[in-house]
Write a protein that binds this ligand. Sequence first.
Ligand code: T1G
Ligand code: NAD
Length: 709
Amino acid sequence: MSDLVQLSQDNDVAVITINNPPVNALSPGVPEAIAEAIEHVQQDASVRAAVVIGGGRTFVAGADIKEFGKITSGQHTRGAPLLPAVLLKIEDCSKPVVMAIHGTAFGGGMELAMSGHYRVAAPSAQLGQPEVKLGIIPGAAGTQRLPRLAGVAKAVEMCAGGNPISAKEARELGIVDRLVEGDLRAGAVAFAREVAGKPAPKTRERTGKLGTPEQNAPILAAAREQARKKQRGLMAPLAAIEAVEAAARLPFELGCELERRLFTGCLFSDQSKALIHVFFGEREVAKVPDVPKETPILPVNQVGVVGAGTMGGGIAMVFANAGIPVLLREVDQAALDRGLANIQKNYAGSVKRGRFTQEFVDERLKRIQPTLSFAGFAEVDMVVEAVFEGMALKKEVFAELDRVCKPSAILASNTSTLSIDEIASATKRPQSVIGTHFFSPANVMRLLEIVRGKATGKEVIATAMQLAKKLGKVGVLVGNCRGFVGNRMFHPYRREAQFLVEEGASVEAVDAALTDFGMAMGPLATGDLAGLDVGWRIRKEYRHLEKPGVRQPLAEDRLCEMGRFGQKTGAGWYKYDENRRAVPDPEVAELVRKAAAAAGIAQRQIPAEEILDRCIYALVNEGARILEEGYALRAVDIDIIYLNGYGFPAYRGGPMWYADTVGLKQVLERIREFQQQHGELWAPAPLLVRLAEQGAHFDGFIREPGGKP
Ligand code: T1G
Ligand code: NAD
């Protein structure tokens, strides 16, 4: 047997334990060793049944995703995959094989489980086919065995949606035969002993739940419509539906062949490469090279939030939802009441949508303690400040916090653009000051941009990175430059969108070019959502820094002067009806046309391709500067920021990965074209030029030591 798979015996029951930490992935050597163990079970007369169980914290979390990048399409089509054959071997074993599931049975792990004759599970176990989240579909008969165990409707939901189900639900569906409280191994061996000697039911022969094509047609149609709406632009969910449909139409072997063809088509797609980049990227960003894993973590058991506006209220909910009591401070009762009313309204919406129960909400609301003073702030472990975006006010608040908070408390600011170093200079403890930049709405958006000041201590950084996970956020560490990473890149992106409108494109055409590309929302509509006044306030704060003679967008200041702040005032770039639906507004088109004429900007037809390239490449060019200057640790950090904070489509991998996919040489050529046409705002970033000339990529670019964050 191998180190990866151990075989032991409990009297007449063989126990096959898979040991490939951290998640028992089906790495090379594991399927082979399982097959060897099953052969032993088959041959050894003293064995009447077998149990397959995962060592450590989980059953099998799937195929080894790290291996995918190593497979070439030639290799793939030539070699018959090993796993499906191993699963058939298990299924054809004449002695019952019981799968004992704890932790996660995901992807190939779920397929392994379904190849067994019986499944028992710990109540806390999770089962699922998350492959579509990697841009692929199950590739080892998952789309053929799952509908046989759970029916077509559930199989479509699990394979096209990719979300796991609980062991309890799997029991109710008949996927799992028994839930085992306590010692899973003992419970599984006992179960195996009960079924030993009885016929071993083969999942592939169970056709009772497959239904007829007529019965399945409406289910499949609804699933396709849902996939097109909720997973816009993704090819894998539709492929998964087609494969499950085949299970009810074709014999098992032919269904598997079709699944295989669809799997191969997905595996070698750009979408899958991008989504696998994202999978590992979300884990990579948690690692900060100069903050070792063993850096002490400070306790965060109680927090204060200063300011209960748009952000402060949402941030208070995030901490309360994570079980951390919050002191929520405001300047006056009216502002406090407004903040609390917003919080209650948001929670009521979550109850209405069935996300939370009323009991859950009541619990959370109890954890949010409103206050008009700093009483109690001496006890908190951390404070997040979310007052108006003004340096003077923030320094005043931090000076006060420095006075009232205990020495070990972390002082964090939710500023979206201001210097963390300057804010920290208002305190005697700059090592305890950090930026925690949540995104609106804070209780929904997954991104937390963690801003490191030049004095911020490693313990404070390590604590903030770990806290992000506890709060259900994706924490990304960035350096302290203006707008940090996300907003700094967002500025030229939105600048180009506004310039394109001034040059003749319609507001809705600009937004449509980006949403067709996969962005969750267009750049102009996003401005309306966040509030055009936020940017206006910042532009006024930095007007003195604008370089003379450099073109600046014309319209947004005028819209704000007219009180058109966006959704919050019912009008911005668009007008909004009573259901907050955006309606193009001819008044805006006229305003822009006049401003452009006054500025002597010629009008022209602008193709969608140019709109897209100018907006996306503006992101990429600024991203390259940020990478070179060291304000982001890796290109993938930028990608993860844009996926989780700015609605960039995951199946394109993020702006830097997308540029690598297009090819940096081609991106550079296009940027140089824009530089010709539109001037020095389009000067290509030196790093982009260098990498393009070297035929290299952003992905994997490591900055020389001595960088910033
Ligand atoms: N392959 C390789 N490495 C994996 C892995 C996998 N399947 N799953 C996790 N890791 C690594 C991960 O990168 C990290 O590494 C460490 O394990 C801990 O993971 C044939 C083709 C199981 C819920 O999509 O969802 O099967 O950063 O930090 O938060 O049809 O990992 O420490 O170096 O995420 O406790 C389908 C993917 C594959 C499941 C645990 N399976 N994994 O979460 O730990 S495709 C999946 C997860 C497939 C078949 C097809 C989660 C988890 P490092 P972690 P966690
Ligand atoms: P907001 O105007 O909605 O709320 C600010 C709140 O701070 C107001 O309720 C005000 O009464 C309160 N306040 C002012 N001075 C105070 C003091 N001394 N003590 C206590 N409360 C005080 O603003 P917002 O949109 O929530 O922005 C807050 C911060 O978050 C800003 O720094 C902003 O840049 C940042 N931010 C905003 C967004 C966004 O999309 N709105 C996103 C990320 C970060």
